[in-house]
Design a protein around this ligand. Structure first.
Ligand code: CP
Ligand code: NVA
Length: 332
């Protein structure tokens, strides 16, 4: 039977089968072709979506907004602190109201439980645009990018290593998507930043079914050896206190993705990063960290970030095509 995601929410990849994830990836590639060829695809005219952001965003917001417009929909952006939600109105009440007005709701916030609650009470498809625990739409863009480089049927069995804060939303989600799609996942970071044992156990169970592995290592060289995809993310995520920068810089510096690490990986290895990235001092935070702690580049060297192996801007573009696929598949 074919895959049908109509009416479903997209809250975390653990809820989806490999077949469903592959369906979304194929749909994303189709939308990319349509966009590139300039073929209109206003398939969802007359529908409206809400985009709720309790944290800032460049890519996710743009992808949902442009994606919705390309599909012929109206999109309403509700930014941090601009609605009654939370302070004066519970998530349950907000969800019940929003479900009366919108056909679908994107939500970026803090606890995963909140986005699950929104989905439970709104009665319309809800899409997780990032929570403290997971960032599932990012995964589709990452895998699509890897498929474009290595070939759609040539990802299984490849090793993807995440370097750094291996317990953040992006690292957690990568572990899940790799297990689901049969890639070997390696979490490479200090002990205190390793993914939660419970999630590792859940993913290992999935990995057994798809014939892949989940490895945790504190050794950056071991992480890099044999990897086809080297992935990293910022060392302090949105919502974490600024005071932890100093400690994170201390414990995560050995896990910076450098040319030396890239050279230990497969010859055709690529570098991915969800962005935004601190690879130089051209940001306020980057400059502050340089002034305070003397680090010019953080999770990735500027050299790797700008190298031909770095596919980060293809990856960023793919946020649009994949998010469009998620909205279409669940709203059609
Ligand atoms: N990668 C990502 O989610 O970027 P934004 O925070 O800009 O949406
Ligand atoms: N881990 C990062 C991802 C940003 C897209 C954060 O949550 O801030």
């Amino acid at each position: 039977m074919g895959v049908n995601l109509s009416g479903r929410s997209f809250l975390k990849l653990l809820d989806f089968t490999p077949e469903e994830i592959n369906y979304l990836l194929d749909l994303s590639a189709d939308f990319k072709h349509l966009k590139r060829a300039g073929v209109p695809h206003r398939y969802l005219e007359g529908k409206n979506v809400a985009l709720i952001f309790e944290k800032t965003s460049t890519r996710t917001r743009s992808a949902f907004e442009v994606g919705a417009m390309d599909l012929g929909m109206g999109a309403v952006y509700i930014g941090p602190g601009t609605s009654q939600m939370g302070a004066k109105e519970s998530m349950e009440d907000t969800a019940r109201v929003m479900g009366r007005m919108y056909d679908g709701i994107e939500y970026r916030g803090f606890a995963q439980e909140k986005v699950e609650e929104l989905a439970r009470y709104s009665g319309v498809p809800v899409w997780n645009g990032l929570t403290t625990e997971f960032h599932p739409t990012q995964m589709l863009a990452d895998i699509l990018t890897a498929q474009e480089v290595f070939g759609k049927h040539n990802l299984k069995g490849r090793k993807l290593t995440f370097f750094g804060d291996a317990q953040n939303n992006v690292a957690n989600s990568l572990m899940v998507v790799c297990a689901k799609l049969g890639l070997d996942f390696c979490a490479c970071g200090p002990k205190e930043q390793m993914p939660a044992e419970e999630l590792v156990a859940q993913c290992r169970k999935v990995a057994e079914e798809t014939g892949s592995t989940i490895t945790l290592t504190e050794d950056p060289e071991e992480g890099a050896r044999g990897a086809s995809i080297l992935y990293t993310d910022i060392w302090v995520s949105m919502g974490e206190p600024a005071e932890i920068w100093e400690h994170r810089i201390q414990i995560l510096s050995p896990y910076r993705v450098t040319k030396q690490l890239m050279m230990l990986a497969e010859p055709d290895a690529i570098f991915l990063h969800c962005l935004p990235s601190f690879h130089d001092t051209k940001t306020t935070v980057g400059l502050q960290m340089f002034e305070k702690f003397g680090v010019k580049e953080m999770e990735v060297s500027d050299e790797v970030f700008r190298s031909p192996a770095s596919k980060v801007f293809d990856e960023a573009e793919n946020r649009l095509h994949t998010i469009k696929a998620v909205m279409y598949a669940t709203l059609k």
